[in-house]
Design a protein around this ligand. Structure first.
Ligand code: PLP
Length: 431
């Protein structure tokens, strides 16, 4: 069956670009840690007629007529997310991860408040208080960082900084950190200083669902996430939270709103207009897909693959920041090499391994070149790749490493081998 027949006919330019990108992804190794493959069903819901509907408001309380059916769509997505994550309240309207984080911040902080988070240069996300982002302009970041020696977050250091600075909100979330987070310890600190604790699980939601990463829901006031990345849903964000606000008497003594209501009002009308209903339908589909044993197998295998790849690379003399991984991602550490992380990620891309350059703890190079490369296993795991394939991936990475600055001759050979391997696997949403 031919895909996108109408588009092919009406707009061959856009059609050709979509085909080209699809072919590229089907013949290379997608190892960007924040990417995976959405299923055909998720993609179909994204492209559905629900995109035509306006529904400002929430189910049962809209500002437009004719929303009975889309109320059911949004309610279904909410119910599925509540079941999947075992949480009290869900908002599925944020357009992506960053808007979800903006809503979480605004729901519990005022301009000028202190927010504690990991700087982007140390593995945190832009929205956790970085200076060029709304979160660093509207709030004052109190940074905490993984230890440059061990690469791990030191909870004693987090407590010390929190007690000294007394931020109103603490982010527990990362974008380039290969270890698990101790939400219980974060929660104890947040309670000691009356701070809101917000987990950002954009990168690791699938691991939490699979039970191979601690669950933040019991410990955090708010949990934000993307629906894409490992979860394999549409590009969107969502917010999980408690209903009651344990800090209302302190920070909002006059307010009649609980935490859930404040979050909802911050998303709409605070930050957004009409919800993207086709995307919300696709989220509902992704939540259903994630509430299965096969998804949990996928989550478990992501970590097994990452650990296996880590060991295989270390066996070849490649160093890893933090000494390895217990999540989905690895940070290759090339501080001792003459080439940079950027040189390596560009050489890998030529050979068909798509990743990104990344700072590593204690990096002496600039963020524009770095000494590290971040790799993730979700997409390869979605294709069905397991430990034997990770051995092959490690061998290809090693071959690239040995010829970083003269890769042009070797790259086409590796690229052909990779395309051949990819051809042996199914790819969700592609074939
Ligand atoms: C931890 C974390 N939170 C939030 C986001 C933001 O997601 P989006 O790019 O959808 O705005 C990202 C994206 O990389 C992320 O890694």
């Amino acid at each position: 069956m031919e895909r996108y027949p109408h588009l092919k006919e009406s707009d061959p330019d856009v059609y050709a670009l979509i085909q080209k990108q699809t072919d590229y992804e089907a013949t290379t190794l997608k190892m960007i840690a924040s990417e995976s493959f959405a299923s055909f069903s998720v993609l179909e819901a994204c492209g559905s007629t629900l995109t035509n509907k306006y529904a400002e408001g929430y189910p049962g309380a809209r500002y437009y007529e004719g929303n009975e059916i889309v109320d059911d769509v949004e309610s279904l997505a909410i119910a599925r997310a509540r079941k999947l994550f075992g949480c009290e309240h869900v908002n599925v309207q944020p357009c992506s991860g960053s808007p979800a984080n903006q809503a979480a911040s605004r729901a519990v902080m005022n301009h000028g408040d202190k927010v504690m988070g990991i700087p982007v240069t140390d593995g945190g996300h832009l929205t956790h208080g970085w200076k060029v982002n709304f979160s660093g302009k509207d709030y004052v970041q109190v940074p905490y960082t993984p230890d440059p020696q061990t690469g791990r977050i030191d909870m004693d250091q987090v407590r010390e900084i929190a007690k000294k600075e007394r931020p109103r909100m603490i982010w527990a979330g990362t974008t380039a950190y290969p270890h698990q987070l101790d939400y219980k310890a974060f929660a104890e600190i947040a309670r000691e200083i009356d701070a809101y604790l917000v987990a950002d699980i954009a990168h690791i939601n699938g691991l939490i669902i699979a039970g191979v990463h601690p669950d933040p829901v019991p410990y955090c006031d708010i949990v934000t996430s993307t629906a894409h990345k490992m979860l394999r849903g549409p590009r969107a964000g969502f917010i999980l939270s408690k209903i009651e606000d344990r800090l209302r008497p302190k920070y909002y003594p006059e307010s009649k709103l609980n935490l859930a209501q404040r979050i909802d009002r911050t998303v709409f009308p605070g930050l957004q207009g009409g919800p993207h209903l086709s995307i919300i339908a696709a989220m509902a589909v992704a939540f259903k897909e994630a509430d299965t044993e096969s998804f949990r197998d996928y989550g478990r295998q992501i970590v097994k693959n990452a650990k296996h790849l880590a060991a295989a690379l270390q066996n070849r003399g490649i160093e890893l920041a933090g000494g390895g991984t217990d999540t989905h991602l690895l940070l290759l550490d090339f501080r001792k090499e003459e080439f940079t992380g950027k040189d390596m990620s560009q050489a890998l891309a030529k050979a068909g391994i798509i990743a990104n350059f990344n700072l590593v703890p204690g990096d002496h190079r600039s963020p524009f070149v770095t000494s590290g490369v971040r790799l993730g296993t979700p997409a390869l795991t979605s294709m069905g790749m397991k430990e034997p394939e990770m051995e092959k991936v490690a061998a290809w990475i090693d071959r690239v490493r040995n010829k970083v600055n003269r890769i042009d001759e070797e790259a086409p050979k590796i690229r052909a081998e990779i395309a051949e391997l990819c051809g042996q696997f199914t790819i969700p949403g592609i074939r």
